[in-house]
Design a protein around this ligand. Structure first.
Ligand SMILES: [Fe+2]
Ligand SMILES: [Fe+2]
Length: 286
């Protein structure tokens, strides 16, 4: 089964205007401003989510996943700017770190500035990632995957990584982006998921959530919307539709991260940069 989301296209004039805004804001110190205002330890939001999973094996109760999304390396975020986010993730002592795409804003090579920070992530079991729509801009996303692999981050491209804890198996399924990938093959991505696995899907675009839900799929982790980023009435229509931070599709929970980085303006209003810290719980547990 293929999975797509409608592609949003902006006019050339709008894109040129947005790029001009970025260039000017960056020249005025936008990156330094954004780091101090939104990425400093006291500013970064730590969003804690408890997800109840039907029939969760005893051994997976309390399992921890940390999510970082929408880093958007480029004019507003670069080398060293993820220090507080990485420290927060490591302090949570996660079993799994999930990176849900949009590593860059414009050019694949900007992702190289993230490698040192990402290499400091220290999950107990696995660090996995998927691409977001921005990561396909140069059609060189494979080079991002190579650089991340050297930092211990595995990019899942319509594939599954099964993590056997000895007391249960977590099936981490990663999808290509629903807007910009040439192909999204959900069947291939799920081919290695076994009955009894606890499935967690990484899908950058939140529109995939309802179609990914199924028994055994505990969680879908998404990003893309930046939680609206600048949540003011006259600016809302410029960004992607934001369905909410936490959605339920039958037995499947979907978490939509507000992300860490920004596009357009080095500013967030009503949508703090965040690290999402998830704990799995058994049904009926206190
Ligand atoms: Fe994004
Ligand atoms: Fe995106």
């Amino acid at each position: 089964m293929t999975l797509r989301a409608p592609v949003r296209r902006y006019s050339d004039a709008f894109l040129a205007f947005a790029l001009g805004v970025e260039v000017v804001c960056a020249a005025l110190g936008g990156r330094r401003w954004y780091r101090a205002r939104h990425l400093a330890p006291a500013r970064l939001a730590l969003r804690r989510e408890r997800v109840v999973v039907p029939d969760l094996p005893d051994g997976l109760a309390g399992l921890r996943l940390a999510q970082l999304s929408d880093l958007h390396a480029g004019r507003y975020l670069g080398r060293g700017d993820l220090r507080a986010a990485v420290d927060a993730v490591n302090a949570f002592e996660p079993d799994v770190v999930a990176l849900t795409g949009d590593f860059v804003s414009h050019h694949w090579s900007d992702a190289l500035a993230l490698v040192d920070d990402l290499a400091r992530l220290a999950p107990r079991r696995a660090c996995v990632a998927v691409f977001g729509n921005h990561d396909y801009r140069d059609r060189a996303e494979g080079r991002i995957a190579e650089a991340f692999a050297a930092a211990g981050v595995r990019v899942l491209r319509d594939e599954c990584l099964r993590v056997d804890t000895g007391a249960g198996v977590l099936a981490l399924v990663g999808l290509e982006d629903l807007e910009e990938a040439k192909r999204v093959d959900l069947d291939a991505a799920r081919a290695d998921v076994q009955p009894g696995d606890v499935e967690v899907v990484l899908c950058h675009h939140p529109a995939g959530g309802p179609r990914l839900a199924r028994p055994g799929c505990a969680l879908v982790l998404s990003g893309h919307t930046h939680g609206v980023q600048v949540d003011l009435p006259f600016l809302r229509r410029f960004g992607p539709a934001h369905p909410g931070l936490r959605l339920t599709h039958g037995a499947t929970t979907q978490l939509v991260s507000r992300g860490v980085g920004v596009v357009g303006l080095p500013l967030r209003v009503g949508a703090p940069a965040e690290v999402v810290l998830v704990e799995l719980a058994r049904e009926g547990a206190a």
